[in-house]
Design a protein around this ligand. Structure first.
Ligand SMILES: [Zn+2]
Ligand SMILES: [Zn+2]
Length: 134
């Protein structure tokens, strides 16, 4: 994940900056968080440009968009299938990369009588930083 790789994608400077923000982020950022970080790198960038760049990068498969419940969309640098853990205290969203037990997929498919394509797993709980705090 280096700068050369991003420059090789043939993106406009604004799109490069937005992609760089998402790739460098340790968290899954919302559009307004991406805007804040992009502005620090490119002060002239507008929210509309950030928003349009996010749309473009998502449609071209460079980033993924995820949504939980009614919360704002967040943007993810991992575009392949993966799961998430969410802290119910601070809202931190962490990636989990693991295989699902086949039995779980089969049981869900049998129950719904759906032909399974994918399964998403979300772990909700208290993150290490929030444990023991109140
Ligand atoms: Zn937390
Ligand atoms: Zn993720």
């Amino acid at each position: 994940m280096n700068v050369t790789e991003i420059q090789d994608l043939g993106l406009t400077r604004q799109r490069e900056v937005v992609l760089q923000v998402i790739r460098d982020a340790r968290e899954h950022l919302t559009a307004s968080e991406v805007f804040g970080a992009a502005k620090a790198l490119l002060p002239s960038i507008s929210f509309a440009t950030v928003y349009n760049s996010l749309r473009f990068l998502k449609e071209s498969g460079h980033i993924a968009e995820i949504q939980f419940g009614n919360g704002a969309s967040r943007f993810d640098r991992i575009t392949s299938r993966h799961d998430h853990a969410i802290c119910t205290k601070c809202g931190k969203l962490v990636d989990i990369e693991m295989e699902h037990p086949l039995e779980l997929v089969e049981r869900a498919a049998a129950y719904s009588r759906f032909q399974p394509e994918s399964l998403e797993f979300t772990l909700r709980g208290i993150c290490p930083e929030c444990v023991g705090k109140d």
